[in-house]
Design a protein around this ligand. Structure first.
Ligand SMILES: Cc1ncc(COP(=O)(O)O)c(C=O)c1O
Length: 341
């Protein structure tokens, strides 16, 4: 069992480690709630309507996690026995416990990409048509933006547009894993609605950079969301008076969206201090390659800095709401000394 992290540590493992601020906790405590399984929770309804609107979709569904949002989202556009095509390092196939296959009978096929960056043609090349009795039909393509294992890279808008334009004629759906779409929007100056109109289903997380403790939102057409609501219940994700959580999400959208620029600035600062190519740091993640990751992580921890070991030779640092500039500078000093930079 992992130990609780002491508040004095500078935790750069992930932006999921943030704790709700006192102001967020107050809003949660005061949220007007109802039974959401009956569709009667005003805080959840308000959040769903707002997020649907932000992404230019008809409807939305509040779900407990990004994993549930992704898996229901993919199920809405892919039948059992069909496949979803995605990048080999995508969260949906790397970190979601094989859910697409285990829960939904969905086959996944992957294409290796450079740093997770979308190459629409490379994916399109691999798509297998429906109606051929030899082949597993590709029903959907899943795209992750920003790309987690790619180090927070932002997907190029032109590639997203190219995939979308092609997908309309091909009858293939596009699912967006937008756990950190907020970071992409802030970094690239692209409206959320622009990303939204390039996806049939999109799962967006409130519990990453936005700093809410729990929750993601799945957006899609009203018809698909009605079916998604059934899937959520079937999976045990009907959460009753979860308006206290939705209120945290709404607060996060009001107060923690624009400030992501600060996290990005902090990541650039860390990269500069550690001699990491600034071109690889587009949002709130810094990837340091060719280092003995377990040794670095252990030594940094001994000096109060937590980092992620992504592979034996790679560590990852993620900036977020709970690390201010002073903490970032201190972490930079500790890591620069350890890495001899
Ligand atoms: C890109 C991406 N998608 C989906 C998820 C899943 O979110 P959750 O942990 O809420 O299930 C994560 C979690 O870190 C993620 O990084």
């Amino acid at each position: 069992m992992a130990e609780a992290v002491s508040p004095g540590l500078i935790d750069l493992r992930s932006d999921t480690v943030t704790r709700p601020t006192p102001a967020m906790r107050r809003v949660m405590a005061e949220a007007e709630v109802g039974d959401d399984v009956y569709g009667e929770d005003p805080a959840i309804r308000a959040l769903e309507e707002r997020v649907a609107d932000l992404f230019g979709h008809e409807a939305a569904l509040f779900v407990p996690s990004g994993t549930m949002g992704n898996q229901i989202g993919m199920r809405l556009v892919c039948e059992p026995g069909q496949e979803v095509l995605c990048d080999a390092d995508a969260h949906v196939v790397t970190y979601e416990m094989g859910a697409a296959a285990a829960v939904f009978g969905i086959s996944t096929r992957t294409v290796v990409s450079a740093g997770g960056l979308l190459d629409a043609d490379a994916l399109i090349d691999q798509v297998r048509p429906r109606g051929d009795w030899h082949l597993t039909a590709t029903a959907a393509v899943a795209v992750e933006n920003t790309h987690n294992r790619g180090g927070g890279r932002v997907q190029p808008l032109a590639e997203l547009q190219r995939l979308w334009d092609w997908s309309r004629g091909a009858g293939v759906a596009v699912h967006l894993d937008g756990a950190r779409i907020w970071n992409a929007s802030v970094a690239a100056g692209v409206e959320l609605a622009t990303y939204g109109r390039l996806a049939d289903t999109a799962s967006v997380c409130l519990s990453k950079g936005l700093g809410a403790p729990v929750g993601s939102v799945l957006v899609a057409s009203a018809e698909r969301i009605a079916v998604g609501r059934l899937w959520r219940k079937r999976l045990g994700g009907g959460m009753r008076q979860a308006g206290v959580l939705a209120a945290a999400g709404s607060y996060a959208l009001n107060h923690h969206f624009a400030r992501l620029a600060e996290d990005h600035e902090h990541a650039r600062l860390l990269a500069k201090r550690l001699g990491v190519d600034p071109a690889t740091v587009e949002t709130n993640m810094v990837v340091v390659d060719d280092v003995p990751a377990p040794v670095v992580a252990e030594a940094a921890k001994a000096q109060g800095v937590l980092v992620s070991q992504v592979s034996p030779r790679r560590v990852r640092l993620v900036t977020h709401l709970d690390v201010d500039r002073t903490a970032v500078e201190r972490a930079g000093d500790v890591l620069a000394a350890l890495l001899d930079r």
